[in-house]
Design a protein around this ligand. Structure first.
Ligand code: 9MR
Length: 459
């Protein structure tokens, strides 16, 4: 079935044809598949999107290009942490909602961008660390993904978490310092909040086969092996002059892991821009799991790369050679029945690790719980404090409020998800010096209420 906006445009064209032939010709042409980026991509089972700024939705040139050419939108800044949760626990949906409403009114998909990122954090989050930051991240993801549940085609759950420069490892950040598992916790949290959105990892300088993209490849492989929910990888593709020669091979190796791949923030500076756009477009068409391309802005004047003119429309909104290059490349691809690429069904998450048995010991430990609640869910942060003797391992047992179900745990291994649950230490936090503490946490669906934990330890 053709997308709703094509149907609507066709009906409008038919109406206009009865009135004025000239106007009808123009509209019928612009509404035909193969003559706009979005229509041509759709014929090939893909989307063609643009990053959009809510503040420009009143600019008629901007909106007419957006509505004519694109069938997907990524909010450029409006769903980032600083925009959506400017003070802790208080959410602002205005910009994001405006974009989602525009997309829905025009039959476009939305790529959500982004739930967890070291950059563009609100000041209060920048000042947090450890379990307080981890809890804040989990709550943030839960709130944002829940607010937009059912309206997002794919979320950039985690953005730019890998380091540049050779090692293939993680970037240092306040989020990374909460523990290496922060990325998988982010993905599990997003899945729990919006089971039908595709969940993507998104990064830059990963467009060819290099140590950074290989680090991410290894993470995706590990996530797939352990059942951490991940559906797609985004390649930002902020390029100059050309795409890496192994661009397609890189997309393909990720696709072979069983994830979709998407080109998420494409812009290309330099005098050989048109040829590079052609190569990127053809690479995506050649990889069956490359589900779509998003350019990072509409006109050159909308680009974050000021003065580099890296986009498909000039600052007056005219089509550039790069535009023609993309459209021709899209039209060269084989037509397949327009597949709306429904979101993947959720992959099963990995079972909780079995809890080791812990026998009580002199000195022991105490545990206290602090709660952060919202409608329908809560985060619990549990502090485990060693008594007068250092401990080597601990276990905290508590009974969840009636009806509550754990959807995520960090820094501990739970024995179950409801009723009475025992949480055991993980490898790195069993040892606690006399009088010192460590913290773990969990997120649950249901109503938060006071819980009385009991703590046992070995020394
Ligand atoms: O285009 C965005 C620009 O308006 C913001 O000022 C900037 C702030 O970091 O973020 C830009 O978008 C970035 C995207 O969110 C993540 N990948 C890199 C993009 C360009 O910087």
């Amino acid at each position: 079935m053709p997308p709703a906006r094509v149907l609507r445009a066709t009906a409008t064209a038919a109406l206009l044809m009865a009135v004025t032939t000239a106007a009808a010709t123009v509209l019928a042409t612009s509404a035909s598949a193969g003559t706009t980026l979005g229509a041509s991509a759709a014929e090939r089972g893909r989307y063609y999107g643009a990053a959009v700024a809510a503040g420009k939705l009143g600019d008629s040139t901007y909106v007419s290009i957006l509505n004519r050419e694109f069938n997907a939108i990524t909010p450029e800044n409006e769903m980032k942490w600083d925009a959506t949760e400017p003070s802790q626990g208080s959410f602002n949906w205005s910009g994001g909602d405006r974009i989602v409403n525009h997309a829905q009114a025009n039959g476009m998909r939305v790529r959500g961008h982004t739930l967890a990122w070291h950059s563009q954090q609100p000041g209060w989050a920048q000042n947090l660390s450890g379990s307080a930051l981890r809890s804040a991240m989990v709550n943030h993801i839960t709130q944002v993904a829940t607010h937009y549940r059912g309206k997002i085609y794919a979320w950039d759950v985690v953005n730019e978490a890998f380091a540049d420069g050779g090692g293939g490892g993680r970037r240092d950040s306040n989020l990374q310092r909460t523990g290496n598992d922060w990325i998988e916790v982010a993905f599990r949290t997003a899945r729990a909040a919006d089971p039908n959105a595709k969940l993507c990892y998104n990064d830059y300088n990963t467009d060819g086969i290099n140590s950074k993209s290989t680090g991410i490849y290894n993470m995706v492989q590990d996530f797939k092996a352990r059942g951490v929910p991940i559906d797609c990888v985004g390649f930002q593709s902020h390029l100059t002059n050309s795409a890496p020669s192994d661009y397609q091979a890189n997309l393909q190796r990720f696709a072979n892991l069983g994830v979709d791949v998407q080109i998420t923030e494409l812009d290309i500076a330099g005098s050989t821009q048109a040829g590079a756009y052609d190569a990127v477009t053809r690479a995506c068409l050649a990889v069956s799991r490359c589900t779509g391309i998003t350019v990072w802005g509409i006109r050159d004047s909308d680009s974050w790369r000021t003065g580099q003119n890296p986009l498909l429309f000039d600052s007056s909104g005219n089509k550039k050679a790069a535009y023609t290059s993309v459209l021709n490349a899209l039209n060269s691809g084989p037509i397949i029945s327009p597949s709306p690429s429904r979101p993947a069904s959720p992959s099963p998450s990995s079972p909780a690790s079995p809890s080791p048995s812990v026998s009580p010991a002199p000195g022991g430990c105490t545990a206290t719980v602090s709660l952060q609640t919202w409608t329908g869910g809560f985060n619990a942060t549990v502090r485990v404090t060693a008594g007068s003797t250092a401990i080597r391992s601990w276990s905290v047992r508590l009974t969840l409020p009636s009806g509550a179900v754990i959807v995520n745990t960090w820094n501990a291994a739970p024995s179950g998800t409801s009723g009475t649950v025992s949480f055991s230490n993980v490898s790195y936090n069993g040892q606690v010096s006399a009088g010192q503490y460590t913290e773990f946490g969990f997120q649950a669906d249901g109503n938060g209420a006071a819980m009385s934990p009991t703590c046992t330890a070995t020394s």
